[in-house]
Design a protein around this ligand. Structure first.
Ligand SMILES: Nc1ncnc2c1ncn2[C@@H]1O[C@H](COP(=O)(O)OP(=O)(O)OP(=O)(O)O)[C@@H](O)[C@H]1O
Length: 246
């Protein structure tokens, strides 16, 4: 579904991503760990085609197409979606109207999902205006559900969300990424950024990567990597990476 080759990215004069290689197959969900400032948001914004991020080297392929220089709206049309960490407020636009514009589903399906998210009362409100952190996350999940993309990136879907809603959001992300289907029937893929990993208790992820100072320092089994980070911290990943390199 998504293939990244030797990607180097700059913001202004700063080289933030250095030689990133990543391959996410159809039906796979990967998770991205890394300390603050490592480049996680930069990576997903670059995949999405945000023009603020300059690709200085390397390529991004999506569904077999080279999208490295493709504008954001065309990537969205090809089936890419994102749930932002801090989505912007859109004063003057009701959530219901935005959902109608972006939706690839019937309205009754969206209403049902809004009910599951306990979010019906928010449909008449302006998008993210005065929403709490957790409410904004539920709004993002509802928008992604309506849009129904094939590849979904979630930037910290669990940050600022209370315990009950982390479970709800984790279960819904699982469903959005076809994890309730048998592996051979899965058509959706995902990339999830999480700091605490709490949401992973409710989700099925295939592979994890540690981004450290702009490089992928480690890749492997999500639970093993998370346990290692919790026990030894991120620096151990880098030591291990340097040992592998020499
Ligand atoms: N507009 C900008 N100008 C200069 N540097 C920037 C800009 N935006 C981001 N950076 C820098 O790029 C680096 C990577 O930032 P990024 O937001 O991708 O990290 P992150 O891993 O997502 O961090 P966090 O976990 O804190 O969200 C940081 O050092 C950040 O300060």
């Amino acid at each position: 579904m998504l293939k990244i080759e030797n990607l180097c990215v700059k913001i202004g004069d700063k080289e933030v991503l250095k030689d990133i290689n990543l391959n996410i197959g159809v039906g796979e969900t990967h998770v991205l760990f890394g300390p603050n400032g490592a480049g996680k948001s930069t990576l997903i914004n670059t995949i999405l085609g945000n023009p603020k991020y300059e690709v200085v080297k390397g390529s991004i392929y999506f569904k077999g197409k080279d999208i490295t220089n493709m504008p954001m709206y065309e990537r969205a049309k090809l089936g890419m979606g994102i749930s932002y960490q801090n989505p912007p407020a859109i004063p003057g636009v009701k959530l219901k109207n935005l959902l109608n514009i972006i939706s690839n589903r019937e309205w009754n399906e969206i209403e049902k999902m809004a009910e599951i998210l306990n979010f019906n009362d928010f449909l008449e409100r302006e998008v993210n205006v005065g929403f709490s952190g957790g409410e904004a996350k539920r709004s993002e999940i509802l928008q992604i559900y309506a849009q129904n993309p094939d590849f979904i990136m979630f930037d910290e879907p669990d940050s600022g969300v209370d315990v009950e809603n982390v479970e709800l959001i984790g279960n819904l992300i699982n469903e959005l990424l076809d994890k309730n289907k048998i592996p051979s029937d899965r058509e959706k893929s995902g990339l999830i950024i999480t700091h605490m990993g709490h949401i992973l208790n409710f989700m099925d992820v295939d592979r994890a990567h540690v981004l450290y100072d702009g490089i992928i320092a480690c890749s492997g089994h999500p639970e093993e990597i998370l346990d290692n980070i919790i026990e030894h911290g991120y620096e151990r990943c880098v030591e291990c990476y340097q040992k592998k390199k020499h």
